[in-house]
Ligand binder design. Sequence first.
Ligand code: NAP
Length: 401
Amino acid sequence: MNAPTTELIKQHLIDPEICIRCNTCEETCPVDAVTHDGNNYVVDASICNHCMDCISPCPTGSIDNWRVVSKAYSLEEQYSWEELPKQEEVAAAAGEGGAVEALEDEVSKLLEEARKGLGGKPVAPHSASKPTVNLYNRGKLAVATVTGNFRLTDAASDTDVRHIILDFGDQPFPVLEGQSIGVVAPGTDENGKPHVARLYSVASPRGGEKPNTNNLALTVKREDKGVCSNYLCDLPRGSKVEVTGPFGATFLMPDDPAANIIMICTGTGSAPFRGFTERRRRAMPDAPGRLLLFFGARRPEELPYFGPLQKVPEKLLGKYFCYSRVPDQPRVYVQDRIRSEMAQIATLLRDDKTHVYICGLKGMESGVDEAFADACRAASIDWSSVKPRMRESGRYHVETY
Ligand code: NAP
């Protein structure tokens, strides 16, 4: 219980029920106010300056929480939480009627600005549909049934990537292309705590794998000792899975059929782009906007959706596959392939209807950025001013891990 004082403060907090412990907030915070232990990610009230830099990058929105308090919650208190405490009745105790409302208004304004992307932070494309977020959390889980679990990579390959279909039956679970869900593996971690939800991008279009079905697909790579990936990859049809989400309010597809979309991914980072491609194919097959996919994998046998992608017509999707480990072949990465398509890329980057999405390994971010800069330089375009403009208008999106 907080001891009343006369001064009220607004404290930034992270919801432990929604947080997936991805470390993005800690990496983003410019003043090192975010820290963690084996249980929770927390904000140190004595350091946090409410700059809001951490708000947009958080994939789940767990970071969007504030309480007006008379005494800040300590790190120790926050580490012990299983759920956020409710807003306390502090106004009367502090003898400051109206002060709570004033602080809450201030917080709302700051959050709104952060979401609008002031300062070049990511925002959703203007034409994107409005997403539903945080419908389910640890305290209120959705339970899905596995209705499909197919291997996507060649049987002879060591890489086991799977297409897993989860059906939600009569529970509402609306998702948009580009959103993610959390999956809670059964059992406990090394501290005896329930596993935190692991985040997976939705790999199907809104409306389900087949039109008007209440299901969605995930692209899951079996990781050595991976708790959730092994759990999911081994699930037979009919299994029940606990799910949180949906999450994500910015890495969304523009609904404008004239939008050009340049998609760049490695490995399972292709998941959202399957959703994007299927959405275009289903809802606007004759859209005038171009879809381009730059997709990096070690070998064709390890490229998720290799077979199905071959059948997507070039008119709908321009495909640029790159392989880094084909014997006797030079290593080719997505950034190399972008360079070999320089002229086309520069033309698209000149167009205000072009959107860029990058998803997959964190390491590729800088290489892709340099490739775009090279393409622009060759066409006398100033990438250093184009990129921030694209970000601020919701046309440049990065989701890497
Ligand atoms: P991977 O198989 O390890 O790598 C795919 C390709 O990326 C390989 O050809 C690799 O080349 C290449 N690569 C490595 N470093 C690179 C760099 N700096 N620049 C460009 N290419 C580079 O990929 P993965 O294991 O599937 O990993 C995909 C990533 O996507 C993971 O980090 C995952 O967390 C993330 N992700 C997954 C989902 C999902 O829903 N499952 C969604 C979003 C993001 P080398 O031969 O040099 O290794």
